[in-house]
Every structure is written in structure tokens, then in C-alpha cells.
Write a protein that binds this ligand. Structure first.
Ligand code: SIN
Ligand code: CO
Length: 394
């Protein structure tokens, strides 16, 4: 199976999404040359440095001294005078969630519409000075590394996907970041602007800037089983009453008062199993709420009052627009003749057609608002009240 393909600027993956999903997705790495022809990075190094100084942005600065192999990790926000004084080598600035800050970066996600949107976590952008790198490591989620400016040398260890056994994923314990103790590259490439490297989870990789360069990483959201079970359990617990308790009307006289016998354990097991056996709709709705809950929950503040549809109508007729909050996360699922739209951990019921529209539309203006039925308008008023939209000038 190929590990490198030239898309020649004709498609994102150099093959159909179906072929990519069948042969590569979560299975093996793929270098796609010329996936993004003539790419002009919407965020340039100066913009990234500016963003790293913002209070709310998640930023890190990682420096490496190749002579001593010492690593230094700082987290933002950084003072503005930080960057002009940086040396011209061996450091990387990384900013997460840039898709939440910049509309053009957010729009890059549309090129990945063959994947469920709720599977996409964020677009992180790194700027590296010559020699800059974050060390050999693995990520627990799939990532598409898009070279947008300058050149980066990527080395990867694809031995597992080549049937040559699992690499050793033990971490070094002498540094603050999770770096691999051992790294043996099976592939070594220079990526140029427009090239994209897809890596499934747990593939060791190491990227070193050949010259000052920008790498955009589209990272997937892969909730851990621990997160799933604890959120699900919290969700169930929030609906249980105080009087729903351990019961044992079939209790026999204890043989030993200190023994927890098999029958007691069985009562607990049966009771808990029934709690986890939710009906399919409740289970699906929990998952929808869970997966649209962003890891930065403080970002979206609800309004004090529910705005009326009439007030929104007046504002849009007057030329204003309702724009989706950049941190808004929406998904939907069919439920009989209806649909449930999930937004940042909440849900609302509409028709399947309205659900599709609500999720796909980031701006409501006079004309697309006019085409909506009453129920769709009511849903938008509720979403607006929950902070999912803001009234903006066009
Ligand atoms: C980087 O952009 O420097 C690192 C990205 C990654 O390895 O996931
Ligand atoms: Co990585």
C-alpha cells in the first residue's frame, strides 16, 4: 500500500474519501503532496504571535537546546515584547483552537466534510524558527499536518502499519513534555507548502523546521473511554432520585456479618446494569450532548432573557445578521419524524430539514431568515438566547 501520493492539486487526499477511509483512516499514515496547491496561510507568524499574547488563547512556547538536549516549555499568554527578542533558531510557538478565532482558518474544516464535524477538535497552528521542533512524540488522536509556509522535515515511525510490530511508546521522564525515549524513523520527508501528512493515533513522529515554517494541525476529537463513562454516569446520576437505593428484600440471615456475599454483589451488579441499559434514544441524546460540549465551557455565555422572534425579525430586516458564535458546536440526529439538534451540551427538537439547516448555517440574514418556517425561527431564538449567535453588522 502506498504511503505517499501526489494529489497534484486536484483533490485533498489524492484519492476518493472512500478509498482514504478504507485504506488509511485510523490504519496507516499517508503523505499527500500538493493537497493544498498555492496555499496562502490565513494566519501568518506575526498574527500567531499576536494571538499567543491573548488572555484566552491556549499557547505554548517550546525551546530546545540541541547542544545540551535541554527543553524549555512556557505557556501563554505571552507579553508582546517576547517575540521580537527570540533567537532565530530552535523554538516553536503553538496555539490551539485557532479555528475558533479566525473565520478563514475555521473554513479550512469544510475541506474535511467527509468526516463528521463533531469528530474534529481544532486547528492548531505552530510557527517554528529554523531547527524548531517539539521532539519525537505520539498523539492519541488522528491528525492532518498541513504545511502552509516554509519547509519542515518530518520523520515518522510507520513500522506498526507495515506489520513490523509496535514501537516502544515509553516516555522520557527527564522532561516536562511527553517525549519518546526511543524513536526510529522508517520514513523521512521534507514537506513543502501545500503538502499534508495524515497520521493515525499513536504513530511516532518528529518534525523539525528546515527554515522558519508554519504547520497547521487539524486534530480529531477522540474522547477517552474514561471521559465517556464518567460523563454518562454523571448524566444518569443527575436524573436519579434520592429514594432510588440499594434494596435486598430477599436477604437471608448472614453466615458471617462481615462477609460481602455473592448474592449482595449480584444485587448491585443487576441494579447498576439496568442503569447503564438506557433506551436507545436517551443514550443517543446523551452522546449528542456530550460530544458537543466543548472542553472550554466558559466560552459561550447565555443571555439574561429570551429574545422574541419579532425582535430578531426587526434586527435582521434592519440589515443586521445573526452570526454563529465561533465556539459553538452543533450536531444533530434523526429521531422518528423529528430531529434533535445538540449544541454545546444542550438539545432542541426541530424537523430534520431544519436541523440540517441550523447546523450548516453560520450566518442568518434577512434572506435566509425569510425562508424559514415558524418552528425554525423559534429554534434560532432559543439558540440565540443560549449564546449560540450574536447580532453583528454584515
Ligand atoms: C508542530 O506543529 O510543531 C507539532 C505538531 C504535532 O506534532 O502534532
Ligand atoms: Co504530534
Amino acid at each position: 500500500m502506498l504511503i505517499e501520493i501526489d494529489a497534484k492539486g486536484e483533490s485533498l487526499l489524492g484519492m476518493s474519501p472512500e478509498e482514504f477511509l478504507r485504506d488509511y483512516w485510523q490504519k496507516r499514515p499517508l503523505l499527500i503532496r500538493n493537497a493544498w496547491p498555492n496555499i496562502q496561510p490565513p494566519i501568518e507568524p506575526e498574527d500567531l504571535a499576536g494571538l499567543a499574547c491573548e488572555e484566552m488563547a491556549l499557547s505554548r512556547l517550546i525551546s530546545h537546546d540541541p547542544a545540551t538536549d535541554e527543553w524549555n516549555v512556557e505557556t501563554g499568554p505571552f507579553p508582546e515584547e517576547k517575540f521580537p527578542d527570540m533567537p532565530d533558531h530552535d523554538w516553536t510557538l503553538l496555539v490551539q483552537d485557532v479555528d475558533k478565532w479566525d473565520g478563514d482558518v475555521a473554513a479550512m474544516r469544510d475541506c474535511f466534510d467527509f468526516l463528521p464535524r463533531w469528530r474534529i477538535d481544532d486547528i492548531m497552528i505552530s510557527f517554528a524558527a529554523t531547527g524548531g521542533n517539539v521532539g519525537a512524540h505520539v498523539d492519541h488522536y488522528d491528525v492532518f499536518l498541513i504545511q502552509t509556509y516554509g519547509e519542515r522535515n518530518w520523520q515518522i515511525d510507520a513500522s506498526e502499519s507495515m506489520g513490523q510490530g509496535k514501537p516502544n511508546l515509553a516516555f522520557r521522564n527527564d522532561v516536562d513534555i511527553k517525549l519518546l525515549q526511543e524513536f526510529k524513523a522508517t520514513h523521512d520527508w521534507i514537506l513543502n507548502p501545500g503538502d499534508m501528512l495524515y497520521l493515525p493515533p499513536e504513530v511516532p513522529h518528529h518534525g523539525v523546521a528546515v527554515n522558519p515554517c508554519l504547520t497547521y494541525s487539524l486534530g480529531m476529537r477522540a474522547p477517552s473511554q474514561a471521559d465517556l463513562i464518567s460523563d454518562f454516569a454523571d448524566d444518569i446520576a443527575s436524573r436519579l432520585e434520592e429514594d432510588q437505593r440499594y434494596v435486598d428484600p430477599d436477604l437471608h440471615a448472614a453466615k458471617d456479618p462481615f462477609e460481602i456475599d455473592g448474592e449482595s454483589i449480584e444485587r448491585v451488579r443487576v441494579a447498576m446494569k439496568s442503569l447503564f441499559d438506557q433506551d436507545p434514544a436517551s443514550f443517543a441524546n446523551w452522546f449528542g450532548r456530550f460530544i458537543t460540549t466543548y472542553r472550554n465551557p466558559g466560552e459561550i455565555a447565555p443571555m439574561d432573557e429570551q429574545p422574541t422572534v419579532k425582535a430578531i425579525d426587526v434586527a435582521l430586516q434592519g440589515g443586521l445578521e445573526l452570526s454563529r458564535h465561533p465556539w459553538s458546536s452543533m450536531a444533530w440526529r434523526e429521531d422518528g419524524d423529528e430531529a434533535v439538534v445538540f449544541f454545546n451540551g444542550e438539545e432542541i427538537r426541530v424537523s430534520p430539514e431544519e436541523a440540517r439547516q441550523l447546523c450548516a448555517t453560520s450566518v442568518w440574514n434577512r434572506s435566509n431568515w425569510k425562508a424559514l418556517q415558524n418552528k425554525g425561527r423559534d429554534a434560532i431564538a432559543t439558540l440565540y438566547a443560549r449564546g449560540q449567535y450574536a447580532l453583528t453588522e454584515p
